[in-house]
Design a binder for this molecule. Structure first.
Ligand SMILES: Cc1ncc(COP(=O)(O)O)c(C=O)c1O
Length: 395
């Protein structure tokens, strides 16, 4: 299946062992335990001598379809499904770090990821440093013998900054550091970090992988099969943040249309970014698909599409931004992203509240930054909604 086109793999990869009752679609195995016909077969399953399932916290056929499909789409050897993106991220990081180690992460991350790295990991003796990984000239000098993981999102949430995956990985390779990339914004349709040298990819599958805003889910995909086994049976199983089979089934269903959705999301996003760019009341637009965006050239080399998240700043700062989001009608004021519905939020008042005013300023962003998740409505209706709200909000 690995040699087929993305659209084909998104529909057929995973669960290739056949489906019960010759069903076209995979059933949902809503069962906590699996039965054995003898203690001998049970023993063999517990010893990993057979592929028999034991208990859904460790393995479940519906989850396996999702894991195998995502592994193929990301170009990994295998994957582990989690109850949320944060369950995937925290489990992966704790599986790679021990007391005395250090993690280097990009200074702009999803709020809870930043909070976990900055505040939670140090409580377990793991120190963290948040650096500007857009400028790699400093990275080599910052790495010490204690640095074991480099972690970043690209495009980053909500600044859309682009980080050079290949360049980070070549610096990391020289010192045996594991590189973990959050690929939530791009999805494997537009970017495959493992092909560029990363070791592990994590997703909030709540977003584009689901595509319909009806689940909370996470997944980690690894290049190394032994590491993925360790993540599943040493961390997922023990921490217990397992995904429900029903959620896995919804994701398997959602992934079938990932390519189509991403193409349409991205077409809409470029139209919105261009509209905002030409608006006299808009100060700055952040979208990797705009030719004058600082990360555009790099994005064009490591991505096959520019994603569908657009951030912008308007005249009048935070107060006017608040008025704008209140005046939008089609764009719903909500956290999350990657849904059919277009969403709007103010990250530094909502998802990124863990950032201090100084951290926001140092990253060159404004507290009034507005983040849009461009949905699948008609682009002219989305532009009209923004136009009306911009007219009203800024006097
Ligand atoms: C880039 C990114 N990574 C991780 C997460 C966390 O995922 P979840 O909410 O599924 O735990 C989010 C959530 O918004 C996100 O935007």
């Amino acid at each position: 299946m690995k040699d087929k086109h993305f659209e084909t793999m998104a529909i057929h990869a995973g669960g290739e062992g056949g489906k019960p009752g010759n069903a076209l679609n995979d059933p949902i195995f809503m069962t906590s335990a699996f039965t054995f016909d003898s203690i001998e077969t049970a023993n063999a399953a517990f010893a990993f001598e057979t592929k028999d399932y034991v208990y859904t916290r460790g393995n479940n056929p519906t989850l396996r379809v999702l894991e195998e499909r995502m592994a193929v789409l990301e170009g990994g050897s295998d994957a582990v499904a989690f109850a949320s993106g944060m369950a995937a991220i925290s489990s992966v990081l704790l599986s790679l770090l021990k007391p005395g180690d250090e993690i280097i992460a990009h200074r702009m991350l999803y709020g809870s990821s930043q909070d976990f790295i900055k505040n939670t990991l140090p409580q377990y003796g793991i120190s963290s440093r948040l650096l500007n990984l857009v400028d790699l000239s400093v990275l080599k000098g910052e790495i010490s013998h204690r640095t074991k993981v480099i972690y970043f999102e690209t495009p980053a949430n909500p600044s859309l900054e682009i980080i050079d995956i290949k360049a980070v990985c070549s610096i990391a390779a020289a010192t045996g550091i594991t590189v973990v990339v959050d690929n939530t914004f791009a999805t494997p349709y537009s970017q495959r970090p493992l092909d560029l040298g990363a070791h592990v990819v994590v997703h909030s599958a709540t977003k584009y992988i689901s595509g319909h805003g009806d689940v909370v889910a996470g997944i980690a995909i690894g290049k190394d099969r032994d590491y993925v086994q360790k993540l599943k049976f040493g961390y997922l199983c023990e921490f217990g943040g397992v995904m429900s089979p029903f959620t896995a089934w919804l994701l398997v269903r959602g992934i079938k249309t990932l390519a189509l959705r991403m193409r349409e999301h991205q077409t809409n996003a470029l139209a919105i970014a261009n509209y905002l760019k030409g608006h006299p009341k808009v100060q700055k637009v952040y979208y990797p698909g705009l030719p004058d965006f600082p990360g555009h050239a790099l994005a064009a080399t490591q991505m096959s599409g520019f994603g569908a998240m657009v951030s912008f700043e308007i005249n009048g700062g935070l107060n006017q931004a608040k008025e704008l989001v209140n005046n939008l009608q089609l764009f719903k004021l909500a956290v999350s992203l990657g849904d059919c519905e277009s969403l709007v939020q103010l990250p530094f008042a909502m998802t990124h509240r863990s950032y201090t005013a100084k951290e926001v300023k140092d990253a060159g962003l404004s507290p009034g930054l507005i983040r849009l998740s461009i949905g699948l409505e008609h682009k002219e209706d989305l532009v009209a909604d923004l136009d009306k709200a911009l007219d009203k909000a800024i006097r």
